[in-house]
Design a protein around this ligand. Structure first.
Ligand code: TEU
Ligand code: CA
Length: 538
């Protein structure tokens, strides 16, 4: 591994583990920490440098663990705190850092704070921790305002004594009142709890949504309000300045990585100032069309905004909330208008996988850190045909199925074998995987791809190994090269060039000594369409 700066978050290849679907160690059909621990060698061999775990805390699983009952307990489905501490230790023994997911916007409706709030009268300090309000209408029978949940339906739920409480997500996720010092100090203590256990970073869920306008004003939903009453309020920055002070109080660098869904890139960059978050996910890039000009504009905007605040850029193609990009890139319409989550009646998976290989080389060559969602290294597609009664995502159920939700990108990984559970669970497991795996996945399993040198798995391993070993990759400058329409070409350092061909026809490669790696076999010295290549140039 090339010795690099201790600011690991500036250049690392970071792998997202969605614990529920990574590997099941005890045969109950649900992924768990034992399953992850038994596959740390696989992750080390893949060549990733850090693991981000989606929430593993005590939860009733109303929103797949993003509804947290206790941040200091591991959910029994996943294991124990001792197992989490062992996992952190075992990852560190492999020079793999660990990032845990903290959810500040809300807690579970089973969190002790909310249970006490329900048991306390209107106006009590217990209720002040949340957003309880009297309803409108003659008898308070209407919600306090017209805000809608991101998951569909109203953002308010009424409790027996007639008050309503706010939940920007599911009713099982009451929003916290971040105006209260008690909320701020509790979360800063949660950070210390995990930093004290050796965790290297925190992924901050829904980071731009914690603060609300206390007037809870209605707004015209047909236009994006400015200012917005609950997205990207200035008060959010004070929260993260407090978190940054906690992170910086540790001798070893601890990173804060924000989930900041903001289209306004300048306001997005404000979260990355030197006294706030260290990095944030680049969702503009994730949702970008399969188009050279669009990708170049997005890359330039990203680099400019991040340079302004001295933060590292990040590059990500998939996660547990969006349609897997093998499917997105295989749609007839790859425009941003096509959205990052929708039903996909027509998908050319071979085209999608070919484009995913080409884009993997782009993301791993660009300046900054790269995020890999579990199963991306296997070229997994979105699973479309999950029966309604097996779907778990509140988005699907609260939208009556108009939004497919996120189960399709959360199907348990295939490790081996020719049928479900594909080695996800131990042989003879008592239960089937919590989501059904397609009968067509046998060729996508880890075992199947281990024996195929042309597989996505081998390709990711080789790309990550080259990336880790090349001093010019990761953090640092890049230089665009002149290239034909539809082609992106840039250099890193003095001897590395990345070329990506979205032009639809083969193109000649620029001067080079050797081809380090290509996402698709070259046509002589020409780079095929829908392909990328890394070149050693001097
Ligand atoms: O997601 C925040 C969020 O806003 C996303 O739901 C996003 O708006 C949407 O999926 C984009 O299409 C975070 C977590 O990543 C998500 O899994 C949780 O459900 C959500 O917060 C609530 O905690
Ligand atoms: Ca299990």
């Amino acid at each position: 591994m090339t010795p690099r700066t201790t600011d690991w978050w500036r250049h690392a290849a970071i792998y997202q583990v969605y614990p529920r679907s990574f590997a099941d160690g005890n045969g109950d059909g649900i992924g768990d920490l034992a399953g992850v621990r038994s596959r740390l060698d696989y992750l080390q061999r893949l060549g990733i440098e850090a693991l981000w775990f989606s929430p593993w805390y005590l939860t009733p699983m109303a929103d797949a663990g993003y509804d947290v009952t206790d941040f200091r307990q591991i959910d029994p489905r996943f294991g124990t705190l001792a197992e989490a501490e062992a996992l952190i230790r075992e990852a560190h023994e492999r020079s793999i850092r660990v990032i845990v997911d903290v959810v500040p916007n809300h807690v579970s409706h089973e969190h002790e704070w909310f249970l006490k709030a329900l048991a306390s009268p209107p106006g009590s300090p217990e209720r002040e921790l949340f957003w309880f309000r009297d309803g409108r209408g003659e008898n308070g029978e209407l919600p306090p305002n017209e805000w809608q949940s991101i998951f569909g339906g109203p953002a308010w739920t009424r409790v027996p004594d007639g008050q309503w409480y706010l939940h920007l997500f599911a009713p099982e996720q009451p929003d916290l009142n971040w105006r209260l010092p008690a909320v701020r100090s509790e979360y800063e203590d949660v950070l210390r709890f995990w930093f004290d256990r050796g965790v290297d970073g925190i992924r901050v869920d829904s980071a731009a949504m914690c603060s609300k306008d206390p007037a809870l004003p209605d707004y015209d939903h047909s236009v994006l309000p400015d200012p917005h009453p609950y997205v990207d309020l200035d008060e959010n920055h004070d929260i993260y300045r407090g978190w940054r002070a906690v992170a910086d109080s540790y001798p070893e660098p601890r990173a804060l990585i924000g989930e900041v869904w903001l289209a306004d890139s300048a306001r997005f960059a404000r979260y990355l100032r030197a006294d706030e978050l260290h990095a944030a996910f680049n969702f503009e890039f994730l949702g970008c069309s399969w188009d050279a000009a669009a990708l170049r504009a997005c890359i330039d905007q990203t680099l400019a905004d991040h340079a302004d605040v001295g933060a590292p850029s990040t590059w990500v193609l998939s996660n547990h909330d969006v349609t897997r990009h093998v499917t997105r890139y295989g749609r007839p319409d790859t425009s941003t208008a096509a959205g990052i989550r929708q039903y996909n009646p027509v998908v050319d998976e071979d085209l999608g996988r070919r484009r995913a290989r080409a884009t993997a080389l782009l993301t791993m060559a660009l300046p900054g850190a790269v995020y890999i969602y579990q199963g991306e290294e296997l070229g997994l597609p979105e699973v479309e045909d999950i029966p309604a009664d097996r779907r778990d995502d509140p988005i699907y159920h609260r939208t009556g199925g108009t939004d497919p939700g996120r189960d399709g990108c959360r199907v348990p990984l295939p490790w081996s074998g020719h049928q479900e559970p594909y080695g996800f669970s131990p042989d003879g497991a008592a239960a089937r995987p919590w989501l059904p795996q397609p009968a067509s996945w046998a060729h996508l399993s880890v075992a199947a791809q281990e024996s195929d040198p042309a597989s996505m798995l081998h390709f990711y391993r080789e790309a990550l190994s080259l990336r880790a070993g090349h001093p010019a990759l990761g953090d640092g400058p890049m230089q665009w090269l002149q290239a034909p329409d539809g082609v992106l070409a840039f250099t890193r350092g003095t001897d590395f060039t990345c070329v990506m061909n979205l032009s639809g026809t083969p193109v000649a490669l620029p001067e080079h000594r050797t081809v380090l790696l290509s996402s698709h076999p070259l046509n002589g010295t020409r780079l095929e369409a829908e392909a990328s290549a890394w070149l050693h140039t001097t």
